[in-house]
Each structure stands twice: as structure tokens, then as C-alpha cells.
Design a protein. Structure first.
Length: 406
């Protein structure tokens, strides 16, 4: 008889959770095919002190259920641990390909220790872009199709009719979920936050970002349509819409990523920036992690991706005097061939870094060859990578950067 602890979490006063988790243990006798779960309720859940239930099942079903329970326990503990360490509002920033979204997923619990990713109901995600506005972030009244009643169908002959109703978007969905599930952290994730006009997108929600004790220090009056929707979803007495006002709860975390290479159309003002915690995600040149295994194949030669970005990032910094345009170790997701290298990496270097710098003495699209025992540098541009000598040009570029082939 094996006895396994499924969940044994004590209440933490400083945690955003308002009630403790039900302690559950189960005992399994595989040979007899007997599976028993014993649960011990908490007063906050209004359960009796103890309750037990015996379930009869075969060996294979028992093993599958054990695996599911243990996975859920892992996710549960991961979410709680992440929430306790996670700031309420944080922006992860750095060069493209440094793994900013990866860091966010570790915090939200979407990324497991074995590298697998899971979808979680408490994570809400959207990507900002220049056309994102308040309505697409919070919600607005929109025409929708609604089934007609039998009487209306008889009169009109139509199965559906057009009605106008408030259609919530990602902020409102996360807000409602957080209030309905106050015993667990809720994450609103904004990818590429600096690509949108944050002043326009957040509007007066900006004031809610001032937190004290985890909740908004200054409440704001909700728009009439939003207020009505929240009253329907949360109840008129809910703190989330009390007196018709919005207030971010302590269990709602807002996490964002920002690519420093993007030339934002709408720069963030200092008042908006200071309401966030900022974490820089550096380029990782470690060859022992996954990106250290990536190779670049050009013709009959193979080159280390990490060695390449070490050398080319030095050139980028010399030219721009900035790290913003450098390439992160996960700029590519796997080893690439010559075609992929030209279309993704070389195109980025040309379009984002070099196209306006052809006369700059720090320009670095050069190939290196040896003629009569002397080194000769040959300047090239992006269009030369699609000529007859493209492979040779790229190999000579690697020689110029002093990236040795394997």
C-alpha cells in the first residue's frame, strides 16, 4: 500500500490567496485495483473536517489518475511560488531573441521544468500593435448575433437577430477572472507593449496601476457599459465594481515584454514607466543551453550560432554604440541552413542595422579572402546574397568576422 501526498499547502498570510488549499492524500493498492482519495476540507470552503471516498478502478486507470494528480500538484505549487515572487507590474526588456517571453512563462507557470508548455486558465495574453486601442484592450459595445425566440422566428422567419451587447476583451476577462478566483494569481500578459500607444490603450486605467497593499490606491469610475457588464458578472456588491468603480485586486499581475530594437511609434512617458518594475534580459552566450546547440550551415561548412552572434554583436555595438540592435541567443529557434540564414539573420542585419550605414567606417558587410598571400576585404550589400557567388560571399563574411567553421 503506497501513501502519496497530493497536496499539503498551509495558509500563508502574505500570499494573495484568501483561503488555504484543501489537503488531499490518496492511498493506492495497485494489485487489488483499489484507489482511495481522502480529502480534508477547510473552514473557508465550508467543508466538514474530513470526508473520504473510495473509488474502484483497474491498474492502468489508477496509474493515469495518479499521473494527472501529481501534474496538477506540480502546477499548483509552481503557480503559488511564482505569484509570491512576481511583482504586480513588470516589464521584461532586452534585445530581440533574448527570451523575454520565456521568462514571463516561467513566472506564470506556463513553462514546466522539463521545457513543456501548458495552457493555464489564469493567464490572459495579448500583443500590442500600433492599431491597438482602449476598445480592443478593455471591450466595447458591438453587434452580435443572438438566437431568436420561437415567437420572433414565427413572425420574422429568422433563426438569429442582431443585438448590441458589451463584448469584453483581454483586460476585462482577466479582471473578472481575478475577482472570481481570489484564491489564486491571475496574469495579464502584454507582449510587445512598446509597439502600442499605451496612453491611448490604457486611458484612465493608468491610474489603477498605483498599488498599495497590492490593490489600486486610486479607484476610477467605470464606463457605463463596462460597469453594467461587471455588475452582471461579479455582482453589484463585488469590490471589483463597488460604487461603480474599478480597483485592481492584489492577485492580478500584469507582465509585459518590450523589444528594445523596435522603433516605437508611441514612446512611453516617464509617469507610465515608473509604475512598473523593470527587468533586463541579457543575451546568453552559454554553449551548454539549447541555443548553444544551434548551427548555421553555409554550403559545405557549418558554424556555431553562438560564436557568430558573439562576433557580429561586437560589430553592431561598434557601429551603433548601443545594445538595442544586437541579436539574442534565441533570435533563431533552431539550427538553420543558408536560405534561412539569409532571409532571417542577414536581412535583419541589413534592414535594421546597415542599410543606411554603407559609407560609415564601421560598416561590416565584408568578405575576407587571401590573394597572393595578402588579405583582401570585399564590400557587399544584401542584394549580393542572391547572386551566383552568394555561398562564397557568406563564407568569406564568416572569415571576416573570424568565426571558424566546425
Amino acid at each position: 500500500m503506497a501513501r502519496i501526498i497530493v497536496s499539503d499547502c498551509e495558509k500563508k498570510e502574505k500570499s494573495p490567496r484568501k483561503q488555504d488549499i484543501v489537503k488531499a492524500t490518496y492511498s493506492v493498492n495497485i494489485e487489488e485495483g483499489l484507489f482511495q482519495i481522502e480529502t480534508y476540507g477547510s473552514s473557508s470552503r465550508q467543508n466538514p473536517d474530513s470526508a473520504s471516498q473510495t473509488i474502484q478502478m483497474d491498474k492502468e486507470s489508477a496509474q493515469q489518475l495518479i499521473a494527472l494528480l501529481e501534474k496538477e500538484l506540480f502546477l499548483q505549487k509552481s503557480r503559488l511560488s511564482s505569484a509570491q515572487d512576481s511583482p504586480l507590474q513588470q516589464i521584461f526588456y532586452g534585445a530581440p531573441g533574448t527570451g523575454k517571453s520565456h521568462e514571463v512563462k516561467k513566472l506564470t507557470g506556463e513553462l514546466l521544468d522539463n521545457g513543456d508548455e501548458v495552457d493555464l486558465p489564469n493567464v490572459f495574453r495579448m500583443t500590442f500593435h500600433p492599431d491597438t486601442d482602449y476598445a480592443s484592450f478593455v471591450g466595447c459595445y458591438k453587434p452580435t448575433m443572438k438566437p431568436t425566440s420561437k415567437e420572433e422566428k414565427t413572425l420574422t422567419g429568422k433563426d438569429e437577430e442582431i443585438v448590441y451587447e458589451f463584448v469584453p476583451q483581454v483586460f476585462t476577462d482577466a479582471y473578472v477572472y481575478a475577482y472570481k478566483n481570489s484564491d489564486q494569481p491571475t496574469y495579464l500578459v502584454i507582449e510587445e507593449i512598446n509597439r502600442g500607444n499605451c496612453a491611448q490603450i490604457f486611458g484612465d486605467l493608468f491610474q489603477l496601476l498605483d498599488r498599495k497593499g497590492g490593490v489600486s490606491e486610486y479607484k476610477i469610475k467605470a464606463d457605463k457599459d463596462l460597469a453594467q457588464y461587471l455588475k452582471e458578472k461579479l455582482g453589484v456588491d463585488s469590490e471589483g465594481i463597488q460604487d461603480g468603480k474599478l480597483c485592481l485586486p492584489a492577485n492580478l499581475h500584469i507582465l509585459a515584454t518590450m523589444n528594445t530594437s523596435d522603433q516605437s511609434l508611441f514612446p512611453m512617458d516617464s509617469a507610465f514607466k515608473r509604475r512598473w518594475e523593470w527587468e533586463y534580459v541579457p543575451i546568453n552566450y552559454d554553449t551548454t543551453i539549447k541555443s548553444g546547440e544551434f548551427d548555421i550551415t553555409i554550403g559545405d561548412k557549418s558554424y556555431s550560432w553562438v560564436e557568430f552572434i558573439k562576433k557580429v554583436n561586437e560589430k553592431i555595438f561598434d557601429l551603433t554604440q548601443s545594445e538595442d540592435k544586437q541579436m539574442g541567443n534565441f533570435f533563431i529557434k533552431h539550427s538553420i541552413d543558408e536560405k534561412g540564414f539569409k532571409s532571417k539573420v542577414m536581412f535583419y542585419l541589413w534592414y535594421e542595422v546597415l542599410r543606411d550605414e554603407t559609407e560609415n567606417n564601421k560598416y561590416f558587410f565584408y568578405g575576407k579572402t587571401t590573394v597572393d598571400g595578402k588579405e583582401v576585404l570585399s564590400k557587399f550589400t544584401f542584394k549580393d546574397l542572391y547572386g551566383d557567388q552568394a555561398t562564397e560571399t557568406l563564407q568569406q563574411f564568416m572569415d571576416y568576422l573570424e568565426v571558424a567553421s566546425k
